[in-house]
Design a protein around this ligand. Sequence first.
Ligand SMILES: [Zn+2]
Length: 416
Amino acid sequence: MSLLIKNVLLEGRIVDVLIEANKIKQISQKSSAKAERVIDGTNKAIIPGLVNSHTHAAMTLLRGYGDDMNLMEWLQEKIWPIEAKLTAEDIYWGTKFACLEMIKTGTTCFHDMYWFPEAQHKAVEEMGMRAVLDYTFFDNNDKEKRKKVMEEAPGIIQRLHTKNPRIKMALGPHAIYTVSKEGLQWAMRFATEKGLLVHFHLCETKSEVDDCIKTHGKKPIPLLEEWGFLQPNLITAHSVWLDDEDIQILKKHDVKVVHNPTANMKLAIGKAFRFKQLQEAGLLIGLGTDGVASNNNLDMFEIMKIAALLQKFSYDDPTLLKAHEAFELATKNGYQILGIDAGTIEEGKLADLSLIDLDHPALIPLHNLASNIVYAGNGDCVDTVIIDGKVIMENRKVAGEEEIKKRFIKAVSRLT
Ligand SMILES: [Zn+2]
């Protein structure tokens, strides 16, 4: 399949972009290529797809179910009890609906930590998105639970990891307060051996750090280093409560970090992500929405803006986290963290991209595209989404939208 996008704006010039199979084959002025399909890119800008680097997709089912609470109270009283009732069917529709929302807001790839990987996989495969899905687990320091995970995970991971080249598997031990030392060490050993990523919540709140010191006599970062858990294939979410020493240790082990500004602000975790220090230390940083229960949507445009505003406001410096940097965290860095060759509009890259509607009122006038995207735009500005060379949304229409919505609402009412 070949696809030619004509007369589209790319970094200040009008070009034609030829996509062949799943890659960007050629970027040129006035292409003479004969493509099977032509899309008119007039008054549109072509940008790389956005990557949601930390989410719990099927939490769409719990949108607005519990708000305005403390993290632990929220998890223990609202989230964990209802999550205990989730079935594979719920996850399937919750994930499909999340994909729909992500596609409609220009996200082409996401990293998901949630339950029922087979149901997640089926949903993502059908929606045409690119994703890394975790085999997620807690062991709560329980030997039996851990044994079950260690028996079950390898088979599921092996089966799903190679099923579709768009969808990879990873290990998702939840956090230091829900997974034992043995559980974490097993996960890292297994992942390293198989060439998989590990996805982990880390240093989200002060109490997480304080409790770790109380229990283990050490802060989480030096402790995890001692346990051999800090490795280049580790991706940590949140990672707000870090001091300078922690940042140096993370850098030493080339750990990747994902910032989730909205969830941090909503749960009032008491500190802003230390973007400048992490960036200066040379760590690779991505952006994520976190789950919809703590966000409450999956619009990465919002996340770019909130991330930028949070830095400026918290550190009293309007020059921090500039528009083009926020855009890069959500595109190039997101793909790089996942080891996927996309995230920029360049020949040879995977064709994961979107066309932005430059007629949208929020994007007029066009002095600076990155500024418009990050500060003025929102997910509604996305007109067309292409993932792995396939048109997944055109004129804001996604195939099967109404049916997905209907089935999703049914799953929600069964659950609540
Ligand atoms: Zn999370």
